[in-house]
Ligand binder design. Structure first.
Ligand code: PFF
Length: 458
């Protein structure tokens, strides 16, 4: 069934596309507020450890499975094991792609909508955070507004996937990722040059160990997963278009460094600004849409910087959404023989239908809940807190124990011969983390998500 499967045109193209997948709402929206909530620098320290001991090993494992098999998650497990169980694990990845994209695109739609809000100057009169919060509630209660931007975002995502790996995803990432970096640096410089910015830096960078408890560690572990797009085969699928001449190890390291640096810069840009204008830094998940518009209203040049900020947020979300849709499309192309264009249009539409109840969870369906969660929260919880860690756990087990470690090492060595032969220590460490540390830690995160840990300790 495999005809001329595409490959990335260059290694940097792959790195930027994979970094584009990793860098998303998780970095710009979530990381700053959880770092703020759990003690600033002490949380960042724990988060960096999580990235190193579970993020990096699992990322290497995922890219390696993709590069070895040149398949989507389902096809990859079929090629390596034939067992129904493992093929099912790949299937869970494809299903997670559908689920995550369906609600991710709703929030991303708000980001696009907020570009227009910024352009028409709707933030100018927000002299308190509560005015901005009310405006947000008004917007998300407006069904045509929320559906319109959700649809627009889905069409944009589909466009890049429709155009294919080199002409769509790689070219798009090569243009969008540098823009993202430049915008973020501009916003960071704006933040740190504001009067009173030092209080923001202190908040983010001063360690407060009293806030580090089991909960903080679990949040750091869970976020390490989400932010690196791990556990559902997005990195596996991007790795499947990689050439065997390129090193998986160095690619994984570069992706991780980019993702982490961007999250830290986003944290600095946001907290210096929030403190400089004297707003509440602990706004939690509402930080971006409730607090930030008011921050810009009070900041010199805020009109201009607010537009840049929401463009940045939209780009970050778009390059991640593309990778989610690509997992789904790759499955239909590789395993069911569909052509890319048909797979993109049909599956994009299916994701759109699935996203409708999520978009409506903020208005007409707000009162319909199951286990105390509306549809949006339920899909988010199921995919991000159950499927991703479960997928990551199983991927670590597969590469650590099932695939056959000799084969794993032979494949890993390809493209990285020098590093591999001269630094046995690196490989031994990776093996240890992947076989023992990562599965145990991920399993604990999973138990936490399922509420088992709370049951034991309370
Ligand atoms: N890594 C993305 C973020 O931080 O926003 C989210 C994500 C994208 C998760 C792609 C999973 C995925 F497959």
């Amino acid at each position: 069934m495999q005809k001329n499967r595409e490959q990335w045109n260059s290694k940097i193209g792959f790195i930027l596309a994979a970094a584009g997948s990793a860098i998303g709402l998780g970095n710009i929206w979530k990381f700053p507020y959880i770092a703020g909530e759990y003690g600033g620098a002490s949380f960042i320290f724990i988060y960096l450890i999580c990235i190193a001991i579970i993020g990096l090993p699992v990322l290497i494992a995922e890219i390696l499975i993709g590069r070895t098999t040149h398949r989507n998650p389902v096809g990859a497990f079929k090629a390596l094991s034939q067992s129904k169980f493992w093929i099912g694990v790949g299937g869970m990845g494809v299903v997670s792609g559908f689920l995550i994209l369906s609600f991710y695109a709703v929030i991303a739609g708000w980001a696009i909508g907020y570009i227009l809000e910024a352009v028409v100057g709707n933030f100018a009169h927000f002299n308190t955070g509560s005015l901005a919060a009310e405006h947000f509630t008004d917007l998300v209660s407006d069904v045509p507004w929320i559906l319109g931007y959700f649809t627009l975002f889905m069409i944009l995502t589909m466009l890049f996937v429709y155009l294919g790996i080199q002409k769509g995803i790689e070219r798009g990432s090569k243009i969008m990722m540098p823009i993202l970096l430049v915008l973020l640096v501009i916003l960071m410089v704006r933040g740190i040059t504001l009067e009173g910015a030092d209080k923001g830096l202190e908040f983010l960078l001063y360690p407060d160990w009293s806030k580090i408890n089991a909960q903080a560690i679990l949040v750091a572990l869970g976020h390490a997963f989400f932010t690196l797009s791990l556990g559902m085969g997005a990195m596996l699928t991007y790795g499947s278009y990689m050439s065997k001449k390129d090193s998986v190890l160095s690619a994984a390291l570069q992706i991780i460094i980019l993702d982490t640096v961007i999250a830290l810069i986003a944290g600095v840009a946001i907290f210096t600004s929030v403190f400089a204008v004297g707003l509440d830094p602990s706004a939690g998940p509402g930080l971006i849409f409730h607090t930030i518009p008011a921050v810009f209203a009070k900041m010199p040049g805020g009109y201009f910087f607010s537009i840049l900020f929401f463009i940045l947020l939209s780009i970050a979300a778009l390059t991640s959404a593309i990778s989610l849709l690509e997992v789904v499309v790759a499955y239909f192309v590789d395993d069911l023989g569909w052509n890319r264009k048909k797979a993109t249009i049909v599956m994009g539409f299916v994701v759109f239908l699935l996203g409708l109840p999520s978009a409506l969870s903020f208005n007409v369906l707000a009162d319909y809940t199951l286990f105390g969660k509306n549809f949006f929260d339920l899909v988010d919880f199921l995919a991000s807190n159950i499927f991703l860690p479960l997928g990551g756990f199983l991927i670590a087990i597969f590469v650590g124990y099932v695939w056959g470690f000799d084969k794993v090492l032979t494949n890993l060595r390809e493209g990285a011969e020098d590093l591999f032969d001269n630094n046995p220590f690196i490989i031994t460490t990776w093996k240890f983390f992947l076989k023992y540390l990562s599965p145990i830690l991920i399993f604990i995160v999973l138990l936490h998500s399922l509420g088992v840990i709370d049951l034991i300790f309370n």
